[in-house]
Design a binder for this molecule. Structure first.
Ligand SMILES: [Zn+2]
Length: 283
């Protein structure tokens, strides 16, 4: 990944996506920004108790960095895929702001994957352990953003998103470029047996799941169960037909690197959320 910063934001770029003209993307770290401890500094979320004035300033910094408006659905840890079609951006009249209308509409919609081939706005969500997955189809100039926590991963959200791109854009998964952002790893994410059982319901997701049993708690007999969210989604991308050389991995575990990112699981509550965005430029 490539590291960049402005006066009030710091972000990572995937090398293969940064080389594509017409695509804007960023994985923002928590550095810079305006929030105070424990949210310090570029917290993108209003929902975990941060000062709204600071969050608004952070969001302004994120928008200024991206240079385009952002939209996002209501994430519910499911496997629903929302597609933004071309007619969504057609102005309804001289005073209409179609992007604002789209923003309001998507906010009411529950989905953890977003796809479009329409330029002029960026998909953006706030993350804190769930895997952010960015997709770009260079042949059909279509993008996707996925929010994959354990439930979405168990429900095969990557497989569904790639299948939807095949249907909608005639995407060849072998040509898709993917960026897998910071997510909680097996080093940090202890889960219950219920989680493993949930994966078993969908064999394709179960085959990709990266569980590990370890006896690494001092003074304890027996093992604990850990799940690697990033690794599980990496394998799901390959199972969906992506070429390994087209999948760029940030390599960061959010739990290990709370200096750079926010971690809902590893930080004492409350913690912030870091922003991840991808959009097609209109020019
Ligand atoms: Zn870790």
């Amino acid at each position: 990944v490539i590291e960049r910063h402005t006066d009030d934001s710091e972000y990572l770029l995937f090398e293969h996506l940064a080389a594509v003209s017409g695509v804007t993307h960023a994985v923002f770290t928590r550095r810079r920004g305006y929030s105070s401890v424990p949210f310090a500094g570029l917290n993108a979320s209003f929902t975990t108790g941060d000062d709204p004035v600071a969050v608004r300033r952070n969001r302004q910094a994120i928008l200024a960095t991206l240079g385009m408006p952002t939209v996002g659905t209501h994430c519910v840890h499911g496997n629903a895929v929302a597609v933004v079609e071309r007619d969504a951006l057609v102005p309804a009249g001289p005073d209409d702001d179609p992007v604002e209308r789209l923003r309001q509409r998507l906010r009411q919609q529950e989905a953890d994957a977003l796809l479009t081939d329409v330029p002029g706005f960026a998909f953006c969500w706030a993350f804190g352990d769930c895997a952010p997955i960015l997709l770009y189809d260079p042949a059909h100039h279509a993008i996707g953003l996925i929010h994959a926590g354990w439930r979405g991963t168990a429900a095969g959200i990557v497989l569904r998103a790639v299948a939807t791109m095949r249907d909608r854009y005639d995407t060849d998964p072998g040509e898709l470029l993917a960026g897998l952002g910071p997510a909680i790893g097996g080093c940090c994410y202890e889960v219950s047996e219920t989680v493993r059982e949930a994966f078993a319901a969908l064999p394709d997701a179960a085959a990709c799941a990266s569980f590990e049993e370890r006896a690494d708690v001092a003074g304890e007999t027996g093992t604990r169960l850990y799940l690697d969210i990033g690794g599980s989604n990496y394998r799901q991308l390959l199972r969906a037909g992506l070429a390994p050389e087209h999948v760029e991995v940030s390599g960061y575990c959010t739990g290990c690197r709370t200096d750079l990112f926010y971690s809902h699981r590893r930080e004492p509550w409350p913690s912030g959320r870091f922003a991840v965005a991808i959009g097609l430029r209109a020019d």
